[in-house]
Write a new protein. Structure first.
Length: 150
């Protein structure tokens, strides 16, 4: 829920700022800035909640801590790519990443993992089906709209 809040608030703030500065809203810049801010925000979770996020990964996967840190760094790279590259290829890479991490969110929901506390008292399947999966689809649409479409 927090990443969605960051995405929407930054989008609105940039719409207002570009209206005040340029005289008109820059929807494309606002959408990219909001996405970059969201990726910066979510990347912080990879460094702060590493233990809980590692619980989201299947037991068979080695080097969980390193993968969590690397994916946090990758999200920072995504933020930079969104702001500075304006590249369709980057958009497709980010969409692929979102699809690849969805199984970890599904596992977390089935096991009631709370990645912030590293305990099994999370929101479960209701959160997965009513928020997480729809949010992933919303993000994919957002990325397509602001980075990929011509």
């Amino acid at each position: 829920m927090k990443p969605l809040f960051v995405l929407i608030v930054v989008f609105i703030l940039f719409l207002v700022a570009t209206k005040l500065i340029k005289g008109q809203c820059d929807v494309n810049l606002s959408g990219r800035a909001a996405l970059a801010a969201m990726f910066i925000f979510t990347s912080i979770g990879h460094f702060v909640f590493t233990k809980g996020m590692s619980l989201m990964m299947p037991d068979i996967i080695p080097y969980k801590f390193q993968i969590i840190i690397a994916s946090g760094i990758l999200e920072l790279v995504f933020a930079c790519a969104v702001l500075f590259l304006h590249d369709r290829f980057a958009g497709w890479i980010i969409i692929a990443f979102l699809i690849l991490v969805l199984p970890a969110n599904i596992k977390a929901a089935f096991e009631n993992i709370n990645y912030e506390t590293a305990e099994h008292n999370g929101s479960g399947l209701k959160y997965l089906f009513w928020f997480r999966i729809p949010f992933q689809l919303f993000l994919i649409g957002w990325i397509y709209f602001f980075l990929i479409r011509k």
